[in-house]
Design a binder for this molecule. Structure first.
Ligand code: ADP
Ligand code: ZN
Length: 529
């Protein structure tokens, strides 16, 4: 621990031991707690599982008055408060789930100084009634949890967070501590300005989670690949499987159950009672696999999640890091596994293009996706790249797939030219639009009905690509999309050229591609549900 043995830290340590039952502070906690108890503002960047909660809970207990915690995790407030009460902490919350009577009771307790911690939904702070209520009690500190929600650049923006500037204006003497596990340089700067925290101290912990092994594999038959992973490496382990859609959550959970894995579904379309039951079982029982949309996981504290698997591409590196961070909070070896393929890139590019957001929103989403794609396609250490994304440096880790089996790269310039010139020849042909499938069929010289119908066997690139397999061509197209050398357009995911394409076609630019590893042949037999 740090060198300070001052009175302040003594009190804090006592609270830590007596109330929470932990012998000592971890990492930066001691310094943060001491700073906040002394009345300082702070921005805390700590990875998921790093122990952010204690950074405001302990000072709230040491300082006179109530610690007011702003948290977007409304669904979890009840659990958090219950957990604190079980430790003998006087905690309450105010959100829309409370009845009028319950609300009055919590308000009365706060005013009477009978609460150590009060959790608030952010939208509460826009109401004058709440602000007046806070005026009537004594406030120990403001904790702003999930502070990245204030960033419009970030991936999880909540407009209500913008009103948090009022706190400082109205109660300039009350210390504020903002906490997040998501902090690129841009997000961090935005938090500092928007929350008016530039004068505060920043505490940046390492974002490395050395016990998590990062792996990103080419997507072939995702459900089977997943089952293979579970059977060979994570039999009987607790884990989370993320899928993009509710439908694929259901199908994947059914598939796993049919193959003898104890799996439960979780998505926003399920009844609240079912969701709650499944979540409670996941937390309480051993070895359950939760198949979920990203609606699941925020604030979930289960130490022994041994793997987090993504069957679809996350929309941003921030999201990926946060979701995978739910694995291995206990520090034991864990796996972050993602299956990723051409269809993911097409789908996500399309989703952004057809989104209702304004131009700025679409640009931001593109940038987020591009960073995620770069992580998927990298031939260098994934951990180093992740850390770099969060503004930290790392060395090759020996615990990610690219370190363990370094992928080869190859000069894909000619292959890229074949794809791009085929796409060029197909542009707006008779008003028809063609996707990756048709381009690959042409390159492979396949006389499919659709190839014959449009005389595509007459194109000069027909059959020019027999040197690569279909899977390899899909890999080429995927990487061209990822590198922005190709784009998709419209309802049918038509492939179109970009400005950068012409540099490749004009031989002004080389294209380096990653050689997809050939996975070991699966020996798993699967039952079809
Ligand atoms: P975060 O909010 O950063 O994701 P939490 O505050 O939920 O992390 O803490 C993660 C886990 O680590 C919790 O189970 C918590 O009880 C535990 N923990 C936090 N600080 C300490 C500590 N000083 N000693 C032991 N366990 C701790
Ligand atoms: Zn590595």
């Amino acid at each position: 621990m740090g060198s300070t043995d001052g009175v302040v830290l003594g009190d804090a340590l006592q609270v830590l031991q007596r109330v929470f039952g932990y012998p000592e502070f971890r990492g930066e906690q001691a310094a943060i707690v001491e700073h906040v108890i002394a009345g300082g503002d702070a921005l805390v960047l700590m990875p998921t599982g790093g122990g952010k909660s204690l950074c405001y809970q302990v000072p709230a207990l040491v300082r006179p008055g109530t610690g007011v915690v702003v948290s977007p995790l409304i669904a979890l407030m009840q659990d958090q408060v219950d957990a604190l009460r079980a430790l003998g902490v006087r905690a309450g919350f105010l959100n829309s789930s409370l009845s009028w009577d319950e609300r009055r009771q919590v308000e009365a307790e706060f005013v009477a100084g009978e609460l150590d911690l009060l959790y608030l939904a952010p939208e509460r702070l826009t109401s004058e009634a709440t602000l007046r209520l806070l005026d009537q009690g004594e406030i120990a500190l403001f904790a702003i949890d999930e502070a990245h929600c204030v960033s419009q650049w970030g991936h999880d923006f909540r407009p209500d967070y913008l009103s948090l500037t009022q706190l400082h204006e109205r109660w300039p003497k009350v210390p504020r501590i903002a906490l997040t596990a998501t902090a690129t340089e841009a997000t961090r700067k935005e938090i500092l300005t928007r929350l008016d925290l530039s004068e505060g101290r920043q505490f940046v912990s390492s974002f490395d989670r050395p016990n998590i092994q990062y792996r990103i594999v080419p997507k072939k038959e995702p459900k089977k690949q997943l089952l293979d992973l579970l059977r060979t490496e994570h039999s009987g382990d607790a884990g989370i499987v993320y899928c993009l859609s509710r439908a694929s959550v259901e199908k994947t959970a059914e598939f796993l159950v049919a193959n003898g894995v104890q799996a439960l579904p979780y998505h926003a379309g399920l009844d609240a009672s079912v969701r709650q039951r499944n979540q409670a079982r996941f937390l309480r029982e051993d070895g359950l696999v939760m198949v979920a949309t990203i609606a699941f996981g925020m604030g979930i504290d289960k130490p022994d999640v041994r793997f987090v698997a993504h069957l679809d591409l996350p929309k941003s590196v921030e999201g990926y890091y946060q979701e995978t961070g739910r694995a291995g909070r206990d520090g034991l070896p864990s796996t972050a596994w993602l299956a990723y393929g051409l269809s993911d890139v097409v789908q996500q590019r399309k989703m952004i293009e057809s989104s209702e957001g304004d131009l700025a929103f679409r640009r931001r989403s593109q940038a987020h996706l591009d960073a995620m794609l770069a992580l998927c396609e990298t031939i260098t250490c994934r951990r180093t790249m992740l850390l770099d994304y969060f503004g930290q440096t790392g060395v090759p880790c020996e615990n990610c797939d690219t370190c363990l089996t370094p992928p080869e790269s190859w000069d894909g310039t000619v292959a890229a030219q074949k794809v791009l010139s085929t796409v060029w020849r197909l542009r707006n042909e008779r008003g028809q639009k063609f996707g990756a499938g048709q381009v690959i069929d042409i390159l492979l010289g396949r006389k499919t009905a659709k190839v014959i119908q449009f005389d595509h066997d007459q194109l000069s690139t027909f059959g020019l690509g027999e040197d690569l397999t279909e899977g390899e061509w899909r890999g080429v197209v995927r990487q061209l999309l990822a590198q922005g050398l190709l784009a998709v357009e419209g309802e049918y995911s038509t492939l179109v050229l970009t400005e950068a394409s012409s540099e490749v076609l004009g031989r002004k630019r080389e294209v380096k591609l990653r050689k997809d590893p050939t996975p070991a042949r699966s020996t798993t037999r699967t039952a079809t549900p």
